[in-house]
Design a protein around this ligand. Structure first.
Ligand code: GLU
Length: 301
């Protein structure tokens, strides 16, 4: 049996709150219970938002919670070559196209639907917002124009053998606790086309993207189980598609309920009263954090 490998993958653009603690503790406990491995990955591809002081604070907060992880810690900012190789693989198969559109260009194109590329009528919001209207597919940018790289979703589905073959791909969802969705969830080619569309796989500014980096790194680190918040549930089918395109193994997913504040709103990094630093400063013990999240006490040893 392959070992159970979990990861916690925070972005160092703020301090951790109870929602992050929930993901990290669930992943850590599951790995320990299975006699497996727990990895930490710093998702710092966005250099304008990532700050070393946040990274240091994350490590400190996780250690305070009682977690231990393998070293060295993988940093996405050091993985540019791996992302470039994955993009080159997709490009060689004709699955990427350059896009120079700004947010403003996209908003204008969405207001003028006649400019939408055939087969790309934008649907409602998917995991990456409103699908791209296909402007740069109709009129490619000049070779010297700085550009992002988008996945040609129609070509991607075709490459995998068409809609039926894509429907045969599944996201294995194990859920966490009662009420969570479980079982193999079939990919829906129509949803991929109308809700995701031609997603950006390499941003103009950083040369990669969240989805591409996560898929490449989960595979490179041998991650077998992805434990994270329900807010990323809709990202899983898209990531599964990218895994299939790159011939990478698919981990199983456990999306957990979101931790909310007293008014029922999902926690954000600015919510100070749920911040781990603030709770620690207020004298709250790690055992109380576990109890507050409905988690059992830390296993001995
Ligand atoms: N870095 C992402 C975040 O902090 C999590 C990515 C993932 O778990 O797939 O929201």
């Amino acid at each position: 049996m392959s070992p159970h490998v979990e990861r916690f993958a925070p972005s160092p653009n703020g301090h951790l709150h109870l929602g992050h603690a929930f993901s990290a503790l669930l992943a850590h406990d599951a790995a320990r219970a299975a006699g497996g491995r727990f990895l930490l990955r710093i998702e710092d591809i966005d250099r304008t938002r990532a700050r070393p002081e946040y990274e240091a604070a994350i490590l400190e907060d996780l250690a305070w919670l009682g977690l231990t992880w393998e070293r060295p810690v993988l940093r996405q900012s050091e993985r540019g070559a791996a992302y470039a190789a994955a993009l080159a693989t997709l490009d060689a198969r004709g699955l990427l196209y350059p896009c120079a559109c700004t947010r403003k260009d996209i908003a204008a194109a969405l207001d003028a639907p006649q400019e939408t590329a055939p087969g790309l009528a934008p649907g409602p919001e998917g995991p990456d917002g409103t699908p791209y209207p296909g402007t740069c597919r109709l009129t490619p940018p000049g070779p010297d124009t700085p550009h992002a790289l988008r996945l040609d979703m129609a070509a991607a589905i075709e490459t995998l053998g068409g809609a039926e073959a894509v429907r045969a791909l599944t996201v294995m969802e194990l859920g966490v606790g009662p009420g969570g969705e479980t079982g193999p969830l079939a990919l829906d080619p129509d949803w991929l086309t109308t809700r995701c569309g031609d997603v950006v796989l390499a941003r103009k500014d950083i040369g990669t993207s969240y989805h591409l980096s996560v898929v490449v790194d989960d595979a490179a680190q041998g991650v077998t189980h992805v434990t994270r918040g329900q807010d990323l549930f809709a990202a899983a089918p898209l990531q599964r598609l990218i895994q299939a395109l790159l011939g990478l193994p698919a981990p199983v997913y456990r999306h957990h309920r979101l931790i909310r504040d007293a008014s029922g709103r999902r926690l954000a990094k600015r919510d100070r009263d749920a911040g781990l630093r603030e709770l620690r400063a207020a004298g709250v013990a790690p055992a109380e954090i576990r109890a507050r999240l409905g988690l059992p006490p830390a296993a001995a040893g």
